[in-house]
Design a protein. Structure first.
Length: 239
């Protein structure tokens, strides 16, 4: 059986500087898969490679068994891969509704626009009350909700989230993780990059640990939480 998403033996450079060395991992349908590691480990770079924002110099990215190495970023979104980048990437001068309308623009998502809009307002009721407000005037937590909601409007097969809890209050962080699990239960496959390692591994079906651009460990999230070496290196806990 083919993996839904597969990254195979990729090297990635920024100019002359290599950021990722021979990394491989896979994501199966309806899983939550986490990429964890310190800042600068290459996690965001790998999401950018899947979105075709950067191109591997070696190796291949496969989606539903087909290479997407030479696909344009907008075509990746049309295939069903939604990417919520670190920093959110909202159109700050546009309203909440206008941002959501852009999320629902891919051809595969247009017939379900009204249904998707109702769904995101169910997930994020506060956005319904801010529908005509400019995105840039929202609080940090509300902006993160809008970024995820915009991605959901595209009817993703795979939802890639880069640091969704960064800089948010603990109560909003808790909400974010609950929503990630809700979306997954509804059938969305999630690829998650997140500094809140302990909470991430609690919900992840599988996790891959990166260190300075190389794959170091992998396993079930629950197994890594019990791994003494991992706990000491990444959670600051003695085994």
């Amino acid at each position: 059986m083919k993996h839904l998403l597969e990254v195979s033996s990729v090297d990635i450079f920024y100019g002359d500087a290599q950021a990722v060395w021979d990394v491989s991992f896979c994501v199966d349908r309806e899983q939550i898969v986490a990429l964890v590691g310190a800042n600068g480990a290459g996690k965001s770079t790998l999401l950018d490679a899947i979105s075709c924002i950067v191109r591997p110099s070696r190796g291949e990215v496969l989606f539903q068994g087909k290479s997407i190495n030479h696909v344009r970023p907008e075509e990746v979104a049309a295939l069903g891969i939604s990417h919520v980048p670190e920093g959110r990437g909202l159109f700050s001068r546009m309203t909440v509704l206008e941002n959501l309308e852009l999320g629902g623009f891919p051809v595969r998502a247009r017939p379900s626009f009204e249904e998707s809009l109702a769904r995101v307002f169910d997930l994020f009721p506060v956005l319904k009350n801010r529908i005509h407000q400019r995105a840039g005037s929202l609080s940090g937590g509300e902006q993160q909700m809008l970024a995820i909601a915009r991605a959901v409007m595209a009817k993703p097969v795979v939802l890639m989230l880069d640091e969704p809890s960064l800089g948010l209050a603990p109560v909003i962080v808790k909400l974010m993780f609950e929503i990630i699990q809700d979306l997954n239960r509804e059938g969305v496959t999630v690829l998650l990059v997140e500094q809140n390692v302990h909470r991430t591994l609690e919900i992840a079906d599988h996790a891959y640990v990166l260190k300075t651009g190389r794959m170091e460990l992998s396993g079930k999230g629950s197994d890594l939480l019990r791994n003494p070496e991992f706990k000491q290196a990444y959670l600051g806990m003695k085994g």
